[in-house]
Design a protein around this ligand. Structure first.
Ligand code: OAD
Length: 266
C-alpha cells in the first residue's frame, strides 16, 4: 500500500486531518472483524446460541429467566475475544490519543480490544464483557483479574448474584457514559464512524449530533450504511487498512504543543 492508496485519500480530508484538534471516534463490531471477532450483522446466521437468536440470549428477560445460560453464552464469547489480538485499526486509534489536542474514543464493542491496544478512557457505550455487575447493589467486578469461575459470580460487597456488565436488548445505555460521548460528539471538529452498521440507537445518534454541530464526518466501512448519506467522506474498505493509511496524514505535535492546545480550549 503506497502512493496509489495514498491518492485515494482526498486533499480535503488530508487538510482536515492536518488541522483537526478535537476528534471524536465511534467504533462498532467492524473494527474488531480483522481480529477474528464476528460482527453482529452480515454473518447470515440468526441463531447464535443453542438455537436462540442474539436478541433472545442477550436480553434483559433472559437474565431474569435463566442467568446461568446468559453466563454460559458470555463465557463462550469471552473465550473468543480473549484469544483475539488487537489489529492495526485498534493500534492506530490508540496512537491518535496522543496526537490530537482532544480525542474521545467511544465504542459499541464490549470486547475490550481498544484498551488492550493501549487506548485510555474508552467510552464503552454497551458495557464490557470483562466486567460483572451485582444485580442487587450494582457493584462491579473485573473478570480479568477477579473471576473465581463461580457462576453466577457473587458480589464481593453484598454477596448478591452478578450478571455481565453489558447493555442487553431491552436495556438503556449507561447515562453518564453516553452523556460524555454526546458532549465530545457535539464539540469535535472531525468525527470518524468506523465499522458500524449505524442502525442501533442511541449510539448511531452520536455521528448525527456531530454532523449537526458542524463536524466533518468520515465513515470507514466496506459497505454503505444509513449514515453514508450525511457523511462528508465515505471510505470504502477495511478499518485495518484505511486507518494506518490515514495515519500518514496526521501531523505529529511538536513537544509542548499538546498541552498548550489543550489549555487554550478550556
Ligand atoms: P454490525 O454487525 O451491525 O455492523 C458491523 C459493520 O462493520 C458493518 O457495517 C460492516 O460492513 C462493517 N465491517 C465489517 N468488516 C469491517 C472492517 N474490516 N472494517 C470496517 N468495517 C467493517 O455491528 P455494530 O454496528 O457494532 O449492541 O452493531 C451495533 C450493536 O448492535 C452492537 O453493539 C450490539 C448489536 O445489537 C448490543 O449488544 C447492545
Amino acid at each position: 500500500m503506497h502512493r496509489d492508496s495514498e491518492q485515494s485519500i482526498s486533499a480535503r480530508l488530508r487538510e482536515r486531518l492536518k488541522e483537526a484538534r478535537r476528534v471524536f471516534v465511534l467504533t462498532g463490531a467492524g473494527v474488531s472483524a480483522e481480529s477474528g471477532v464476528p460482527t453482529f450483522r452480515g454473518g447470515g446466521g440468526t441463531a447464535v446460541w443453542k438455537g436462540m437468536p442474539f436478541s433472545v440470549i442477550s436480553s434483559a428477560e433472559m437474565v431474569e429467566q435463566d442467568l446461568l445460560e446468559v453466563w454460559a453464552w458470555f463465557d463462550y464469547r469471552r473465550g473468543i475475544v480473549g484469544r483475539a489480538q488487537p489489529n492495526p485499526a485498534h493500534l492506530t486509534l490508540a496512537r491518535w490519543q496522543d496526537l490530537f489536542a482532544e480525542y474521545t474514543l467511544a465504542t459499541q464493542n464490549i470486547d475490550g480490544l481498544h484498551q488492550r491496544s493501549g487506548s485510555r478512557n474508552v467510552l464503552e457505550l454497551h458495557g464490557s464483557i470483562w466486567r460483572a455487575r451485582c444485580l442487587r447493589c450494582a457493584a462491579r467486578k473485573d473478570l480479568r483479574t477477579k473471576d473465581t469461575g463461580e457462576r453466577p459470580p457473587k458480589c464481593p460487597l453484598c454477596g448478591g448474584d452478578m450478571r455481565p456488565d453489558v447493555v442487553l436488548f431491552g436495556e438503556v445505555l449507561p447515562a453518564d457514559v453516553f452523556a460524555r460521548a454526546e458532549e465530545a460528539a457535539r464539540q469535535c471538529d472531525i468525527c470518524f464512524v468506523i465499522g458500524t452498521s449505524a442502525i442501533v440507537y442511541p449510539a448511531a445518534m452520536l455521528p448525527e449530533m456531530a454532523r449537526g454541530a458542524g463536524a466533518f464526518l468520515v465513515e470507514i466501512n466496506p459497505e454503505a450504511t444509513p449514515l453514508s448519506a450525511i457523511c462528508h467522506e465515505s471510505l470504502r474498505g477495511r478499518a485495518g487498512d484505511l486507518l494506518p493509511l490515514l495515519d500518514r496524514f496526521v501531523v505529529q505535535p511538536t513537544v509542548g504543543s499538546q498541552s498548550e492546545a489543550a489549555s487554550e480550549t478550556r
